[in-house]
Design a protein around this ligand. Structure first.
Ligand code: 13P
Ligand code: SF4
Length: 345
């Protein structure tokens, strides 16, 4: 890259994170990150959609519920969140006195962005007697307008915990919402948001793969469109899909969620075959561009310099955390998420 291109790239990123180019290419990043972890009493939490090198160095890898539970219970002084912005915000809300770092502040989420709080406030005002359930994939401010958060692991239990005579608004994912309507029989009022990764799977290409591999099972995340979910042999959160591939007798799986999860599937079942479900573009697999903004280089730099740090206004933490606490209580009562013996601390 030319000097001027580097200058432009640096300018674009200067307020949001780090450039991989800022790192000495001869550094042993893994060793340096391990050293920083010890020196600073830091914990690295990584979502299943992170690149495999980051998953391999993390202290805990999990889905949104497990990551939240881990963020709430850790004794570390610094939480380094290898995930996206709303996940790091959730960690900050659960552990407000800890330093929470995100390797690249631009690691956002199309689903969270699809529900701006000022528009949602007006939507909510039209249904003043409804309970608001928001998927955790939303901004911290949206959580202040929410009664109970949910993740894909506990969403059915959360909806079922609400008395039958209550109206429910569900935001922001219309696909997960439609799935929940079907699964629980409740008439949810849906916000019209989607995840840019899960809505672009190619039904045509997936059908061709199913024809070529009639023995394979199609497994899908509930953020996928209804027509795709109808074809799936199993629907579940990332941790649910991972568990299914370990427990089911099938040897080949077509995986309709972000491709990063396949790393853990292959580690857990080395003799099984995992085919990433292709999107409707030129790519063979479906990557979340936000999740993939984090790199080993940025992880190292953010731990070294202790920034970018997630900072939230106090009122947002105070008002927003109630919806996450309620979710945690219902999950615990339903026995969902991290068990004590899975806690690596
Ligand atoms: P889960 O890992 O909780 O299933 O969430 C998937 C997702 O889209 C995270 O951004
Ligand atoms: Fe957001 Fe979708 Fe990426 Fe998850 S996969 S972070 S929901 S854009």
């Amino acid at each position: 890259m030319s000097d001027s291109a580097i200058a432009v790239a640096r300018k674009n990123l200067e307020s949001t994170g780090w450039l991989d180019l800022d790192v000495d290419p001869t550094l042993d990043l893994e060793a340096e990150i391990q050293k920083l972890k010890k020196e600073k009493n830091a914990i690295i939490l990584a979502h299943y959609y992170q690149e495999s090198e980051i998953q391999d160095i993390a202290d805990y890898i999990g889905d949104s519920l497990g990551l939240s539970q881990k963020a709430a219970s850790t004794e570390a002084d610094i939480i380094v969140f290898a995930g996206v912005h709303f996940m790091a915000e959730t960690a900050k809300m659960l552990s407000p006195h800890k330093k929470v770092l995100l390797p690249d502040l631009k690691a956002g989420c199309s689903l969270a962005d699809s529900c701006p709080p000022h528009l949602f406030r007006a939507f909510k005002a039209k249904h003043p007697d409804a309970v608001v359930v928001s998927y955790i994939n939303c901004t911290a401010e949206l959580k202040t307008l929410t009664d109970i958060c949910c993740t894909s692991t506990n969403s059915v239990a959360i909806i079922e915990s609400i008395p039958e005579d209550k109206k429910i608004i569900f935001a922001p994912d219309r696909n997960l919402g439609a799935y929940l309507k079907k699964k629980t029989g409740r008439d949810l009022i849906l916000w019209n948001g989607t995840c840019m990764v899960h809505e672009i799977f190619s039904h045509e290409k997936i059908t061709k793969i199913m024809v070529r591999h009639p023995e394979a099972k199609l497994i899908a995340h509930p953020e996928c469109e209804e027509a795709l979910l109808e074809k799936a042999h199993f629907i579940g959160s990332t941790s649910g899909l991972l568990r299914y591939t370990q427990e089911d007798e099938a040897e080949t799986f077509i995986v309709a969620t972000e491709v990063g999860i396949i790393h853990q599937m292959e580690l857990a079942s080395p003799n099984k075959t995992f085919i990433p479900a292709p999107p409707n573009n030129m790519c063979a697999c479906n990557e979340c561009p936000h999740m993939k903004r984090n790199t080993m280089e940025k992880l190292y730099l953010c731990m070294k310099h202790e920034e970018p740090e997630i900072i939230l206004p106090e009122w947002v933490i105070e008002q927003g955390v109630k919806s996450i606490d309620r979710m945690m209580e219902i999950s615990e009562a339903a026995g969902l998420g991290l068990k004590n013996d899975e806690d690596p601390d």
